[in-house]
Design a protein around this ligand. Structure first.
Ligand code: ADP
Length: 406
């Protein structure tokens, strides 16, 4: 079954094509085709890879729908077409950032679902308009093909009310102001992958998955489901991130609004784009640059790093408390997969939880490897997150409904 995956954001559109047979493979295969539109660079580009290597670069139209169409048509045109006809595609899966309270699992996109994604734009203003563009463009080109929404919030839908509710007037919870959590597709993939790598069943494992990219969140996972996470109503809560502040005293916002003549839009920009590592260091939120600058003696970079690690450690401790213990700590995404330094400093402060890192394995960690010492009570894994594969898997399972509902 050929499944096209769409993963759209405000300045980029990622897409790939998988072919899944009768059974799901144990490990994710390479996509047959991987296409990306990058509107964040000038001039904007469409970049196509097949079999893992770059095969084509095209100028991308500024008109987003036109660019999406051209992206899809590279599947059948160009030097190395992957398909003879677009009719060979069976399903299209869309990553949708916010499912609100309603969508607790992957869902076939109907006009009602589309309307709901539109209604949720205020909760995901940077993403939902792009998702809707993707859905409409696919319909225009591929007609009535089944399109499936895979929600980033869905994996957290079973977080118990006492953890999902904010200690504010209860009516707010009834109006939907609650903790939703994000990065669910990545957390779900990593939890499943961790069980596979450890040759254990999901129900035997208490996992903390550390998704540390530009955005960052933890999920506490028991029995293969998320029972707590650090992000909340929006992806601003929780850990200190590249440019987002994470959790801070909300009175700061009231103080700024009252006393600093700051507008709501400016505040939004400050908290989402000018805070976190970037806010403290002042130059960028890129972990590689901050570590390099700290190595060169920059004290502010050092402060940013200490804050980042300390907040990460505290949050891991808190998630371990929710789980009532820990069997496996997973590091994933840009920082989690690549920064031996962040992993080492984090694990160093968590030995009391039974976490013992093998520093040599950590330095040379490859994707999907165990970097704990043999006597560590907690296994420590580095997992390369594969959200697109998880989306394709959800679409495949959706089709095989008898399997899904076993
Ligand atoms: P996004 O959330 O945008 O998908 P990524 O998962 O790609 O982000 O993570 C981006 C972050 O990963 C950046 O802060 C980048 O500096 C960091 N990163 C990538 N490689 C390394 C590395 N070798 N060492 C430290 N940080 C790294």
């Amino acid at each position: 079954m050929k499944i096209l995956v769409f993963n759209g954001g405000s300045s980029s559109q990622k897409s790939c094509l998988y072919d899944i047979g009768e059974t799901l493979p144990d490990s994710p295969p390479h996509p047959l085709w991987d296409g990306q539109i990058d509107w964040g660079i000038s001039p904007a580009q469409i970049i196509i890879k097949t079999g893992g290597s770059k095969t084509m670069t095209l100028p991308a139209p500024r008109d987003r729908r036109q660019a999406l169409k051209e992206l899809i048509f590279t599947l059948i045109h160009g030097d190395q077409p992957i398909l003879n006809s677009l009719n060979e595609i069976h399903r299209v899966g869309h990553r949708v950032v916010h499912g609100g309270s309603r969508y607790q699992q992957s869902t076939l996109i109907t006009p009602q679902v589309e309307a709901e994604i539109e209604r949720l734009i205020p909760l995901a203003p940077n993403h939902h308009p792009s998702h809707l563009e993707g859905i409409a463009t696919v319909r225009q080109i591929l007609g009535d093909i089944p399109q499936i929404a895979v929600f980033d919030t869905a994996f957290h839908a079973q977080i118990p009310d006492f953890l999902a509710t904010y200690p504010i007037p209860y009516q707010w919870f009834e109006q939907g102001i609650r903790r939703y959590g994000f990065h669910g597709i990545s957390h779900q993939y990593c939890a499943h992958r961790a069980a596979y790598l450890l040759r254990r069943e999901s129900h035997e494992l208490r996992i903390i998955n550390c998704h540390l990219g530009n955005g960052a969140s933890l999920a506490a996972i028991r029995n293969g489901i998320s029972i707590n996470t650090t992000m909340g109503f929006t992806p601003l809560e929780g850990l200190m991130m590249g440019t987002r502040c994470g959790s801070i005293d909300p009175s700061i916002l009231i103080y700024l609004l009252k006393n600093q003549n700051i507008s709501i839009d400016e505040l939004n920009t400050l908290l989402f784009h000018e805070s976190g590592l970037k806010g403290i260091w002042g130059k960028s939120g890129d972990m590689r640059e901050i570590i390099a600058s700290w190595n060169g003696g920059d004290k502010r970079a050092g402060l940013a790093l200490e804050m980042y690690i300390e907040r990460l450690k505290s949050a891991i401790g808190s998630m371990a408390a929710t789980l009532g213990g820990l069997d496996c700590l997973v590091f994933t995404a840009g920082v989690g997969e690549n920064s031996a330094f962040v992993r080492e400093r984090t694990c160093d402060g968590l030995r009391f939880l039974g976490i013992k890192l093998d520093t040599t394995l950590n330095e040379h960690a490859t994707s999907d490897s165990d970097i704990a010492t043999p006597d560590s009570r907690v296994r420590i894994l580095v997992i390369h997150t594969q959200e697109d594969w998880q989306i394709a898997t959800e679409c495949w399972l959706y089709n095989c409904s008898s399997l899904r509902r076993l």
